[in-house]
Ligand binder design. Structure first.
Ligand code: AMP
Length: 287
């Protein structure tokens, strides 16, 4: 496994791989890797002949009061896990290389970037779309794999790829969970045992919503009430949002029969966690 730190070297390696007729699957991460990340790596291997994983804690997507400095950095352990997965290249650039003095160009997906997490984390999605656009230019992937865990991010990046005619196929992989339902996240490491127990309420709320929808409830407002009642059972959880939206536009919808995204974000102590479920389009029942 090659570990590349220089942008030019990564570009040269990608060009050489393509000249050999290889296809490149790309998994962008911020490191502190867990099974969720590794599931994306496996998916990338099934979609392409060579896999590049980037590890870069992107300062541009953190707000001034957020956890950029304390975000877990475990490069050595990450590389060992990626090597065991058969990853061909790890790209781990420095911030100084990614954002040299005077860098002022950004990619901003207007409108979508201000919804869901974007409304409580101003500038977050601008940071995400900018770094992913840069990484796409550097790695030149044929396909890039993202987790459904960050559903709003998927919507923003899909729109970016479409609007800027980027020649990259986006693949979205399902959420990987602990046995008790908690969605894996690098930030779970911040939780105390008690907060981790409280955090299970996110999954419980979504399971109830899914169950109600699959037994025929199509009114988003009803589904939202069900979720809020479950979330209220953990008064320590600081709800940021629970919304039922169109997965592409992130606009709230009233009726879920054409499919919907139910997404939740809440704080447990200083740790903000996300979870979501895609409600499938309802099949028309035969008369
Ligand atoms: P991060 O390192 O948190 O920026 O995440 C890198 C990628 O891993 C993103 O595409 C995330 O959506 C994805 N990811 C994070 N957690 C999970 C999970 N539990 N299941 C699936 N994908 C995940």
């Amino acid at each position: 496994m090659r570990i590349i730190r220089e942008i030019r070297e990564m570009q040269t390696a990608s060009r050489a791989a393509k000249l050999q007729g290889l296809t490149i699957g790309f998994v962008p991460t911020m490191g502190a890797l867990h099974e969720g990340h590794l599931s994306l790596v496996r998916r990338a291997h099934s979609e392409a002949s060579l896999v590049v994983v980037s590890i870069f804690v992107n300062p541009l997507q953190f707000g001034p009061a957020e956890d950029f400095n304390k975000y877990p950095r475990t490069l050595e352990a990450d590389c060992a896990r990626l090597e065991a997965e058969g990853v061909e290249i790890v790209f781990a650039p420095s911030s100084a290389h990614m954002y040299p003095a005077g860098a002022t160009t950004v990619v901003h997906v207007e409108g979508l970037s201000e919804k869901l997490d974007g409304s409580s984390r101003p500038g977050h999605f601008r940071g995400v779309s900018t770094v992913v656009a840069k990484l796409f230019h550097i790695v030149q992937p044929d396909c890039a794999v993202f987790g459904q865990k960050d559903a709003a991010q998927v919507a923003v990046l899909r729109r970016m790829v479409r609007d800027l005619n980027m020649d990259v196929r986006l693949v979205v992989a399902p959420i990987v969970r602990e046995a008790d339902g908690l969605a894996l996240s690098s930030r779970n490491a911040y939780l105390t045992a008690e907060q981790r127990r409280q955090a299970l309420v996110l999954h419980r709320a979504l399971v109830q919503v899914e169950a109600a929808a699959s037994s025929g409830e199509t009114r988003a407002e009803q589904l939202r009430s069900i979720a809020l009642a479950v979330l209220a059972t953990e008064p320590e959880a600081k709800l940021d949002y629970f919304e039922i939206v169109d997965p592409d536009t992130l606009d709230p919808i009233d009726d879920v029969s054409q499919g919907a995204l139910a997404a939740v974000a809440a704080g447990f102590g200083a740790t903000r966690l996300l979870d979501n479920v895609l409600l499938p389009k309802r099949q028309r029942s035969t008369p």
